[in-house]
Design a protein around this ligand. Structure first.
Ligand SMILES: [Fe+2]
Ligand SMILES: [Fe+2]
Length: 199
């Protein structure tokens, strides 16, 4: 379950809490799709000289926006309200660890992208069988998409690693990611850790 490079699986307590709160989690999920599109666009602006990457990211941004449209439509259909929610600590907590100087920064951002997509893939898979069929089937589809996305980011990490041992760097960042995704957290979100007492 999940990509080979995740350093720890999602705790059962998160899955139980998320399955029990899937309606409210859907608002955060919609945000995550927007965020994924916006991250892809930001990377296109950051690395315009890398045409191969730009094409891949343009496609990715469109796909993530389509996911946003799909989840939003499903929310309307199921009468799930759109709530304004503060994001979890996860993405910012990970990006804090990206190198600030190039070319290391580009490699780190590709690896972080891969980790986020891989965690999404794992969590959609874990949640799919626990949700009402309409939502579960949608989440199973999304898990397959996220699996392609983490492969895309890994591919571009490899292409940009140069002399750097990218697998070793991936292991370091995966440790950070696993800590954020599994340790006690304050709010239940799609990428949060475990909120003590949440059910
Ligand atoms: Fe997506
Ligand atoms: Fe994605």
């Amino acid at each position: 379950m999940g990509a080979w490079f995740l350093a720890a699986p999602t705790p059962q307590a998160w899955v139980d809490a998320a399955a029990g709160n899937w309606r409210s989690l859907m608002s955060d999920h919609a945000n995550c799709e927007k965020k994924a599109a916006s991250t892809a666009l930001a990377l296109m602006f950051a690395y315009p000289e890398d045409a191969t990457l730009s094409f891949a990211l343009a496609r990715l941004a469109r796909e993530e926006l389509r996911h946003f449209e799909q989840v939003s439509r499903l929310m309307e259909k199921l009468d799930v309200p759109f709530e304004r929610q503060a994001p979890s600590r996860y993405a910012a907590g990970l990006r804090r660890h990206a190198a600030s100087a190039e070319p290391r920064r580009k490699l780190d951002l590709m690896l972080i992208g891969a980790l986020i997509e891989a965690r999404s893939c794992e969590r959609f898979e874990l949640l799919a069988p626990r949700l009402p069929p309409q939502v579960g089937e949608f989440y199973a589809d999304l898990a397959r998409a996220e699996a392609r996305h983490h492969e895309l980011y890994i591919e571009h990490a490899k292409a940009n690693a140069g002399e750097v041992d990218w697998e070793q760097r991936l292991r370091q960042l995966a440790e950070v990611e696993a800590e954020l995704a599994t340790s006690p957290d304050t709010v239940l979100r799609f990428h949060s850790g475990v909120v003590p007492g949440a059910r």
